[in-house]
Design a protein around this ligand. Structure first.
Ligand SMILES: C[S@@+](CC[C@H](N)C(=O)[O-])C[C@H]1O[C@@H](n2cnc3c(N)ncnc32)[C@H](O)[C@@H]1O
Length: 294
C-alpha cells in the first residue's frame, strides 16, 4: 500500500487539491471505467461529473492519504476489494425513504389482493426488493401487506432485499431509524410495527421482529451477479437505480427481471424510470408498474 505522508498539504491546500482533481480528466475516465465495470453506474465525462467525482473522492483520498486519482487507481488495481468498494460507496446515491413514491404502495395492496384471489395462488407471496439501500422500501412493502393480511386468504410473505453495498445492508438488517427518517411513517403504523429504543442516548425506532423476519437481506450486484433463484418472484421492486446505468445495461437487467418473474408477475420501477422498459413480455399497467405476460 502506498503510504504518503501528505495529509498536512491537503489541509493547507484543499482548494488547490480539489482543482487538480477537477482537471484530471484522464484519472476521471479510468475511475469512471472501473465504476462502470463494477456497478454499471455510468458517469460521462463532463464538468458536472468531474466536479461531483472530485467532491466525493476528496474525502476518500484524504482518508487513505493519497494525492491523486492515479494513486487511488493503483490501490484499486492491487486487488484489495476495500478500495473498489470505497470508490463505489463514494459515488453511489443511497437516498431512500419510507413510502417513497407512495402511490405505488396503494396500488401494491390492490395487486396483492388480486394475487391472493388468483385461482393458481399457492399460499406464498415472494417479493424481491432490488437496490434496497438502507431498508425503508422493503419495510414499507412488508408493512403495507401486513395491513391487509386479515382480509386475504392465508399466505406466507417472503421478501428478499438486496443491494450491492454491504454497509447499507448492515443498516437495513438492523432496521433502526431516527425520528427524521421515521417522518413519512403514519403514526398508526409507527405504533404497530416499531418499538422505541435508544442508540447512543438518542431515541430511535426499530422495526419489530415479525416484520424483520419476513425479509432476508443479502448482497446482489444487478450488473454482474447471476439471476439464479430457486423460485420465481410474484413481484420485483427495482426503483431509482436504473437511471444511473446506460441504456444497454438497463435493457439487459429488465430482460433478466422478465425472466425471473412468475407469469403475470409485477415489476415496479422508479417513476423516472418508466420509459426504460422496451421488453415485449412486460406490459405497463400503472405509472412505472409492469405486468409479465401470462
Ligand atoms: C437511490 S438508492 C434507491 C433505493 C430504493 N430502491 C428507493 O427507491 O428508495 C440506489 C441503490 O442502488 C444501489 N446500487 C447501485 N448500483 C447497484 C448495482 N449494480 N447492483 C445493486 N445495487 C446497486 C446503491 O447501493 C443504492 O443503495
Amino acid at each position: 500500500m502506498l503510504k504518503l505522508n501528505r495529509g498536512a498539504r491537503f489541509i493547507e491546500l484543499p482548494e488547490a487539491f480539489m482543482q487538480s482533481l477537477q482537471q484530471d480528466e484522464k484519472g476521471f475516465c479510468k475511475l469512471a471505467a472501473i465504476l462502470k465495470k463494477n456497478t454499471g453506474i455510468n458517469l460521462e465525462l463532463n464538468d458536472k461529473n468531474l466536479f461531483l467525482m472530485a467532491g466525493r473522492l476528496n474525502k476518500v483520498l484524504r482518508e487513505y492519504r493519497l494525492s491523486s486519482y492515479l494513486e487511488f487507481i493503483h490501490l484499486i488495481n492491487s486487488g484489495d476489494p476495500q478500495y473498489a468498494s470505497a470508490l463505489a460507496n463514494a459515488l453511489t446515491t443511497h437516498t431512500t425513504d419510507f413510502f417513497r413514491e407512495d402511490e405505488h404502495f396503494i396500488i401494491l395492496k390492490k395487486l396483492v389482493t388480486d394475487l391472493t384471489n388468483h385461482k393458481n395462488f399457492n399460499g406464498e407471496i415472494r417479493i424481491w426488493c432490488a437496490a434496497a439501500s438502507t431498508g425503508q422500501e422493503a419495510y414499507t412493502i412488508a408493512m403495507c401487506i401486513e395491513e391487509i393480511r386479515t382480509s386475504l386468504r392465508p399466505f406466507e410473505l417472503k421478501i428478499l432485499a438486496t443491494d450491492i453495498d454491504h454497509q447499507v445492508l448492515d443498516v437495513a438488517s438492523q432496521g433502526v431509524y431516527t425520528h427524521v427518517e421515521m417522518a413519512p411513517v403514519p403514526a398508526m403504523l409507527k405504533q404497530k410495527y416499531f418499538k422505541k429504543c435508544f442508540q447512543q442516548k438518542n431515541e430511535v425506532f426499530q422495526v419489530n421482529a415479525r416484520i424483520r423476519n419476513a425479509i432476508h437481506f443479502a448482497p446482489f450486484n444487478l450488473v454482474s451477479d447471476d439471476y439464479l433463484f430457486q423460485h420465481a418472484f410474484d413481484i420485483v421492486f427495482c426503483r431509482n437505480v436504473l437511471i444511473y446505468f446506460d441504456s444497454e445495461t438497463r435493457t439487459q437487467i429488465i430482460s433478466k427481471f422478465a425472466g425471473i418473474l412468475q407469469p403475470e408477475g409485477l415489476l415496479f420501477l422508479g417513476h423516472a424510470e418508466a420509459g426504460v422498459v422496451k421488453a415485449s413480455a412486460l406490459k405497463p399497467i400503472h405509472v412505472a408498474i409492469f405486468k409479465r405476460a401470462a
